[in-house]
Structures are given as C-alpha cells and as structure tokens.
Ligand binder design. Sequence first.
Ligand code: NAP
Length: 703
Amino acid sequence: MRSPIGSSRRTGAGKRKPEGTSRAGRILPATKGDTRVILSPAKQTIGRASIRTGAGRTGMGNPAAQQDPVTIGDDRTIDQAVEAAHIPSLVLALIHLTGDESLLDRVPRPVYDFFGDGQGAIPAAVQAAVRAEAASALKAWRDGRPPAPLPGPAVIRRMMDFIAGADIPERYVPFLLEELAIGGGAPRAAAPAIAVPAAVKAAFPVAVIGAGMSGILAAIELQQAGIPYVIIEKNGDFGGTWHENSYPGCRVDTQNHLYSYSFENNHDWPQFYSDRSVLHAYFRRTAAKYDLGRFTRFRTTVETADYDEGRGRWRLGLRPPDGGAEVIEAAAVISAVGQLNQPRYPEIAGRETFRGPAFHSARWDHSVDLAGKRVAVIGSGASAFQFVPEIAPAAGHLTLFQRSAPWLGPTPDYHENVPAGMQWLLEHMPCYQSWYRFFLFWLMTDGILDAVRIDPEWQGGPQSVSALNEDLRQALSGYIAMQVEDETLRAKVTPAYPPGGKRMLRDNGTWLGALKRGNVTVEDGRIARITPAGIELADGRHVEADVIVYGTGFHASDFLRTLKVRGRGGLDLHQAWAGDARAYLGITMPGFPNFFTVYGPNTNIVVNGSIIFFSECAVRYILGAVKLMLEGGWRAVEVKPAVHDAFNDRVDAANRLMAWGAPQVSSWYKNATGRVGQNWPFALVDYWNATRTPDPEDYILTR
Ligand code: NAP
C-alpha cells in the first residue's frame, strides 16, 4: 500500500459547509451578543452530552440486554436525562431503539460552527419533540421492549452524514466507520493476529520505554498479540504527562469523551475537560486492568540503546532505582517517551542568582505557599494559561511576563461538570455514547485545518495566512475585545501572529478574567536579566518578585533527549539527526532496525484530532511490523532511506503551507534549523491510511 500523503490532492477537505453559510458568521458560537452571553455555560452547553455505551475490547453487544430495568431509572430520571441530551446523538440513538429512520428526514441536520456545539439549525420545537420521543422510547425499552435490529450499512451511512451535518466524502468513510464501531469490536484494535507458534513470539521480547499514555497503549497491544514485553519507566507510577504535571489548574484540552483510548471508553468523566487527577486515575486504572504493573520496571531510566547487528538484538543500558547499572536485551524497542517532558528553562542571564523559590510548571513545588507573595510568571503558553488563573487570587501580586499572547478558542463548557442526565445517557442509552464520541471525533477530524492553511496568493499582511484565516483572526480578536475594555491590555493580549501559528487555547473567559485582576500585571517587554530580587526588563525597569514560576515549555524538538541510541554500525541517532529529528511516519528511522517511536517527529497536531488517535495508529503500525517479521521469518525491518526522505520532503512541503510553518511565526514547533519538526500537516485520515499496515516495499528486511 502506498501512502496517499503528499499527493497533489488537497487534504483536509472533509467538511463541506452548508450552502448559504457565511464563513465569518459561522466562526463563533451561534449565540451572539455580549461577553456574558458568550461565556454563559448554561446557555452555551445545552446538550453537550457525552455518550458511549460500553463498546470496548469485548465489543458492544446488546447493551439493552445487559441492563436491569430497576437500575436503569424511573420516569423522572429518564425525563431529566433527555433534557441534557446532545440532540443529534439522541436522534441516532433513538433510531437504534425504535428503528424509525424517518427521524433522519424529520430532523434537520446540525450545522457546524468553528466553535459551536453542533446543534445549530435544529429548531427548539424539533429538539423538544425529539426529547419527548426519546423519553417515551427509553421508558418502553426500560420496561422490556427490545431495541430495533442494528441498521444496515446504508442507514448507518446516512446516520453518519446526519450527525456530521454533511455528506461525508467517500475517502473518510472506512476511517470513520472504524471509529464508530457500531455493532461491536474495538475501533482501532491494534493487535493483529500473528500466526506463528507461541515459542516464536516468546523469542521476540520487546522493550517499551515510558509508561505514559503511549507506553501503556503499546504494552496492552503487545500483550493482546502474545508478545512478551517489559515497560521501563523513569517515574514511580503510570501516567506520563498526567503524572508529572501537577500544577494548579492542569486539565485536558481535548474533549474528554474523545480523549480516551478507543477501546477503553469512560462514560463517567466528571467534566467535559477533566483535571489531571482524573486523567491520571484513568491511565492508572487502565494499566491495572491489563495488569501491566507486573511487567513494568518503575524508577528505572534507559540511558543507552545499542543495536547488535550480528544477533539482531537491542541492548538497553538501564539505571535502576539502586543507582547501579544493568543491561537487558530486546528484539525490538518502542520508545514512548513523549515530546513534552523535559522542562525547558529560559536562557536568561542571571537565572541562577534569584534568591527566592523558582520552579518550572512541570516540576511544581507544592511546598511553596504563594499566598500574599509577589509572583513572577514567565511564559503564556498552554501551561501558564491554566495555572495563572488558579494562583492569581491568592498571590499578593502576579506579574505575567508574556513574549507572545495565545489565541483563545471559545469553549464555554471548559470547566463545566457533565450533568447527571448526560451521565445517565452515556451509561444507559444504547449507542448514545458511540454517536456522541463519533460527533466529537468528526468535529476534530479536520478541525479548523482549512482555516490555517496558507494561501500563497494572500496579500492580507503577516497577521493572517488566507482569507478564511483572516475571518478567524477577526472573530477571535472580537472575542478578546468583548472581554477587555482597557485598550492597553487589549493590545497586549491580542496575538500578533496568525491563528493556528501556535496551539489555540480553550477558553471560557477565565484567562482574561485573571489578567484583568487588580493584582495582576501583564508585562510584554523583553526580559533583560533575572536578578537576585526579581526581573529586569530591557527598558531598565525592575520588577521585584518573591517567587518565579517558569511556564516556558519543554525541549520538545530535542526528541529522545536523554537517550543515547546507536543503531547499525554504531550510528548515533542524535548525530544522524543533527538537531533536526525526522522519522518515517514519526515511527522509524533508517539505520535503526526494529527501533520504533510513538508520538515521534511530525506527529503532533495543532488544530485537529486527539494525540491518542495518533498513538493508536502508530502502535497498530508497529504491531504490523512485528507481524511482518515474525510471520515472514525476518529478524529485522529497517525503513529504506529513500522512502524516509521522500516522506519527509512531502511533510516539509505541506508544513510550509500551514500557519505554523509561516516564516513570521516562531514556536516550539520549529527546531533549531527552522524546520517544523513536530507537526503533522495533513488530515487525520491520511495518518490513518498511511499507518494501517506497513508496506514491505518500504523496508529492508533482514533474515
Ligand atoms: P509552551 O506552549 O511552549 O509555552 C511556553 C511559553 O513560554 C510561551 O509563551 C513562550 O513564548 C514563553 N517563553 C519561552 N521561552 C521564553 C523566554 N526565554 N522568555 C520569555 N518567554 C519565553 O509551553 P507549555 O505552556 O508548557 O505547553 C507546551 C505544550 O504542552 C502545549 O503546546 C501543549 O501541546 C501541551 N500542553 C497541553 C495542555 C493541555 O492539554 N491541557 C496543557 C499544558 C501544555 P513564545 O510563545 O513567544 O515562544
């Protein structure tokens, strides 16, 4: 199979805008008006339900048959639940209950806004009628009426088009059907059946580095495939980023009902974007469910990985908790170390001279009491955005040293609890959760890719990259302006780079609310140096501080920073990369047989998708490579340099045409050479297609 990536076809053309929909008019949530309206969760979150019946490793089965009518709920519970429903999901779940396909004609398709909830265009009276029908069908089902038989493929297709609010392009259909997984099965069941005797598998041990989201996933899939593995984890627990980041306000910024493994859905997320402790608990629980702890070595660091070409084995040099040294061998290595876990402190003169406490957001020092203190925060990226509003109220004074302001994506339910009625629907109503997750997945499938693609002919100036991007910029600037009356502050907090140049942050008004506080100052002047008593600006002013918090990000483009990897012929990975990490599909590098990376170079996403989706695709591909080797009797696979190089050329060309690749944008997406080494510039469906199974033609296979 040849990847379509980089063909002359335009990617990301998934969502067709309904006719008559003006671009600018569809950018902000449908509710217009003053800031209070825009920010009112009650008005904006009607029906942001979160549903998926227990589709999992064991398949969906018939959820109705497995439920006890008494525990399902009384009439009042059902009536309240449908009030909280996401109407398009409710319509489709209702079809599963009753078999009444006429709903697809009776209810108008939802209309999607950039940041809307997808219920636009369904009149209130129709919504009420759907709720009433659903309540009565749910009561009948509770009382023993069986659900209708599963609709056939043609109806499922119409249902997908309905909830998508568009005729889904044909090339998206298999990809979306897999995600939907109606009728059973695990959506991205990565573990392919590997048809070799158990002894052959037993002789192919795999080392997984890292026990975060991707490492847990890789281990589960190896286990399902019957491949022996060990996880080596530097921390004392599972969870990766959710374990390490404990700063106040830390929470997920992808909808939680999507930000979960496709095979481990969770219907009881307490919030639409839950906090890190909930996420951490989810990953720990998943690891426990699959009993991964038995095969995990905590507090152990992998320092070196050397390939023994003669034996086709990787030798990993470990530093165990006792500080000694140990070497283990593996037939393959999966690096799942993440991109965002090596804190980057700014190179500002005098940093070591500061006499108060100073710490990085990812190494939060909870022993430091910030109450009444003069707190200096450096950085205004995703982390600072979350912790500044949390710490500002208690601080004596907080000064935010901002180099560039973030764009804010209106997200009224960002801090909202999932209402009890929604929880009920998620748990009980057959197929509701599946369709709700599908709805979220569809919203994120292409996200706002179209709006962040560079139009080479664009003459509108450096603050935008196309007409659509300019529409978005104006709408988002308006969203900021609505919240900030003070012109000086407004100028400071309105970004000067195109939307999409950096990750847009989910906002419900909390950020600017914090910056408007009387005890908060935004400094956007250049920092000259850090002194023992505070921070000196280039214009000579000195800001005194008791505590400095660095929200300055991570050594993201320095992939595998702490690991020394030597491949075939002793080739050193960091020397080969020379500060410009590249991989084929973000997964594999020439010269490094059987060494795979998950969330590797060019697999980060900015305006679409969930990173869990990417990891699931990558792990499936890696398991496919293991299958290829074991069934073919090969000892090693190594990507051909020409394949790797051509892929990277296509990625680079596409990244140059995205807002984050624009010359006027600087961010952690660009490495020291100026190349965008982080981001995936294509659509999700392209990564899905490219990673479904490895093409043997792409590889040098060694016996
Ligand atoms: P970041 O996005 O890289 O932000 C770092 C901030 O520090 C930026 O505002 C940057 O300014 C500033 N900065 C860096 N060096 C500086 C210097 N020498 N002087 C002054 N300012 C400096 O880091 P982050 O906020 O930790 O987030 C990193 C990534 O982690 C995010 O992009 C996101 O992908 C992920 N994240 C996700 C979540 C979530 O899902 N909830 C939360 C946190 C982080 P410039 O913008 O001008 O470079």
